[in-house]
Ligand binder design. Sequence first.
Ligand code: P53
Length: 475
Amino acid sequence: MNESTFPKNFLWGGAVAAHQLEGGYNEGGKGISIADLMTLGSQGHPRELTSTIEKDKYYPNHKGNDFYHHYKEDIKLMAEMGFKAFRTSIAWTRIFPNGDETKPNEAGLAFYDKVFDECKKYNIEPVITLSHFEMPYHLVTEYGGWSNRKMINFFTRFAHVCFERYHNKVKYWMTFNEINNQTNYEDDLSVYENSGVKFKPDDDKQKIMYQAAHYEMVASAEAVQIGHAIDPDMQIGCMLAFCPIYPISPKPEDILFAQRAMDSRLYFGDVQVNGEYPRWLTQYFKNKNYNLDITAKDLEILRHGTVDYIAFSYYMSFAVKYTNHMDYREYQDLVENPFVTASDWGWPVDPVGLRYALNWMTTRWHKPLFIVENGLGAYDKMTSDHKIHDNYRIEYLRDHIREMKKAVVEDGVDLMGYLPWGCIDLVSASTGEMKKRYGFIYVDEDDHGKGTLKRYKKDSFYWYQKVIKSNGTDL
Ligand code: P53
């Protein structure tokens, strides 16, 4: 074998999510999603999660970058970069505005037909997430989000409708975006985005998180079975936020604790890939007297609904130090790693961690992997002649592609593709800002939605075009 680069059919492209770029939040019969009720925040200033749309507050997802009206132009630009694949999500509220209807909204379905047809026109493979941080708000107020078992039915109905409608146009699917972000259960936004749960003061947050995640994983496993029954050619994956957690020192306790921290963040993958809970966690539930609602039938569904591949995001790595407890608490156990730098938003930058991630998952799960997010959120400046010189972004991506290449070429990792995040500037999930930009394509719009919405090609646009054209050899 003298394979010295990526396989011929490697899926180069980019990724976005419906609620962060579409806008048109009340068009085409769309319902209100949880993302429509998140205000603009900033670093250190969490987004507010309101229960109605308040007049004096700004909700950046209402407008996104207006992809809803620009998708033709945007997909054309992606085609110009040479995209083989484009990851987006289906806004649940376009298909089921309230979430508990029995009949879908045809106008919503028709919109995604148009988006997928536009992709096909350029031979771009759509890669679709079913639930990406935007469940119908009605499901929060009426049912308490994923703390309620009834959610399983609402989700599988939604999945069924999507698979049935689009199986001839969409081959690659994911059920829940970054299902494991809620490991950080003390962070209200993470749990709300994943599960639509708003905590009350006396809640056992960790227990509620485990219960919600269980229902999600059962729903996901059922969806995998439904999808395969409709069309066995569909590839249905899970989607994990992979942040390696390193021990801060070689002290055995630090190493053991880092292992537990990784297991805590990634047990979701164990369940979705292996079809069963890891032993340490069932023991943990027992020791905590959690008595979660996990039925024998659920376990059966999990066993039979394992995923075809593992999609994941990779932005950063963490480090931990043991402090007399084995129970990983993300909000207090992370320490600074002196060997890595950080982005303007304080996210550790660690390209080597990507190779570690690819090897770690291969060894643990033996399934094809798919990088469906990676990138640098940064401030961009447009010059007076409409150029954006974003070498910092090129550098970040180049460093990560180099490590990814080593994983494929030297370590033999089975990698399906690389879809960097926010290939066109969009609303940040954590802060709601527009100015935290990831794109190859610049969108003229500020944090408050002001601007011409015109699209401009950044320097990274031309760079990435060259990377794709050379199948990753010209970096
Ligand atoms: P933003 C936290 C940690 C890692 C990834 O994030 C995360 C989050 C939540 O923000 O989210 C993913 O926009 C997510 C995307 C998101 C992207 O990373 O906060 O799947 O929706 O936009 C980048 O900079």
